[in-house]
Design a protein around this ligand. Sequence first.
Ligand code: HEC
Length: 169
Amino acid sequence: MHNNYLTLPVVFTMLSNHFPFTYGHSYAWLILVVLLVIGAWIRHFFNLRHMGRTVWAIPVTAAIAIAVLAILIRPQTESAAGTPAVPFAQVAKIVGQRCAACHSDHPTRMASAPRGVKLDTAAEIKAQAQAIKEQAVQTKAMPLGNVTGMTQAERDLLGRWLAQGARIP
Ligand code: HEC
């Protein structure tokens, strides 16, 4: 019975490393619980259908629940209004400490820069501004497994610099 109802949640959990906006969220545990319930609900549809009853209200309500969840946990865009300008030197220092071990011409933790994303120079950091926002500020997928120990304050600082237009000298 448990295996039957947990089929879809287990599949989602196995694939979830592709969805950092779920597990990187501060309410990740609650999001997982909600997805467990929705997954079991969808499974219930299949169970009934195999017994000859088709209840379309189940997939419809499940789809609505997933849409509502996605809207609730969507990445928030920070407003830069009234925040003091973040000097690029601070950004470069954080990226150097937290990202360059992998994303560099000469990485120490990887054989070569993953996905070709190099963050050695100001121009490279600027060119990746949008990707840095998605990976390190909004979803916290990076640094990978946070092996370099990036803090929330550092993510907030990067977020402010990005919201201010990602200016480099
Ligand atoms: C321990 C090594 C490591 C560290 C440290 C690291 N990354 Fe990554 N990064 C990776 C790997 C591996 C991938 C490729 C992931 C994949 O292919 O799914 C990646 C991919 C990326 C990508 C491309 C994502 C995409 O989907 O195209 C960006 C952008 C990125 N990292 C930014 C950063 C930033 C910004 C930091 C620092 C805050 C950082 N990374 C720290 C290992 C690391």
